[in-house]
Design a protein around this ligand. Structure first.
Ligand code: CA
Length: 217
């Protein structure tokens, strides 16, 4: 049975989430503060779901502290829409993923499942010189890791795993799920152009009026 440490100071939300995870077959250790989280993180815990704004500190700082101690267990942040959550800072701290409140329960469950594939051999997909390592949430080109944001990573995984054209609608849906806020067409275009700069413009073909397609060149 997988054990999660659930760190959330909103008791109603925490109990709701704990109930959900338990129904899905997890064992849940609950904590309502940084202090409790430190005390309750034991060897049985396999992944951590953690609120960022805690009454006695900050989940991102706690993540950084654990990483500095050599703890590599996956951490997913729960962030509030009105909190200025800096995704870069969150992931730089060693966090693996995040969801923005309010989130859909199914979305959270599926993210946690992905994290828990953890040290078990994760899904690795290779295409041309590009390799997606879903466990490490990393994409390499000829063995070298690409410096991608979380959004760029998600877009690129979708492109690499699709044989045909990925529609703009599908990408917009993906980005919607990502941050829970509306992303317009222009924002998508900005993400795509940054992604092209990182992987090489010719790798991503624009199919006018439809979407994008990965090109093996
Ligand atoms: Ca909070």
């Amino acid at each position: 049975m997988n054990t999660l440490l659930l760190v959330e100071d909103d008791a109603v939300l925490r109990e709701g989430l704990a109930e959900l995870f338990i129904r899905e077959g997890y064992r849940v250790v609950e904590a309502g503060s940084v202090r409790e989280a430190r005390a309750r993180l034991d060897d049985a815990v396999q992944a951590i779901v953690m609120d960022v704004g805690l009454p006695d500190g900050d989940g991102v700082a706690l993540c950084r502290e654990w990483r500095a101690m050599g703890d590599t267990r996956p951490i997913l942040f729960l962030t509030a829409r009105d909190e200025e959550f800096d995704v870069v800072r969150g992931l730089d701290s060693g966090g693996n993923d995040y969801v923005t409140k309010p989130f859909r329960m199914q979305e959270l469950l599926s993210r946690v499942r992905v994290l828990l594939r953890g040290s078990a051999p994760g899904r690795v997909t290779a295409r041309g010189g590009f390799t997606v390592d879903e466990t490490r949430m990393q994409i390499t080109r000829d063995g070298e890791a690409l410096p991608l944001t979380l959004t760029e990573y998600r877009i690129l995984v979708l492109l690499l795993e699709s044989k045909g054209v990925v529609s703009r609608d599908r990408l917009l849906q993906l980005l919607w799920d990502d941050g829970g806020k509306y992303i317009d067409d222009n924002t998508l275009s900005v993400h795509m152009s940054r992604l092209r700069e990182k992987v090489g413009a010719a790798q991503i073909r624009t199919i006018r009026g439809v979407g994008y397609q990965w090109s093996d060149m």
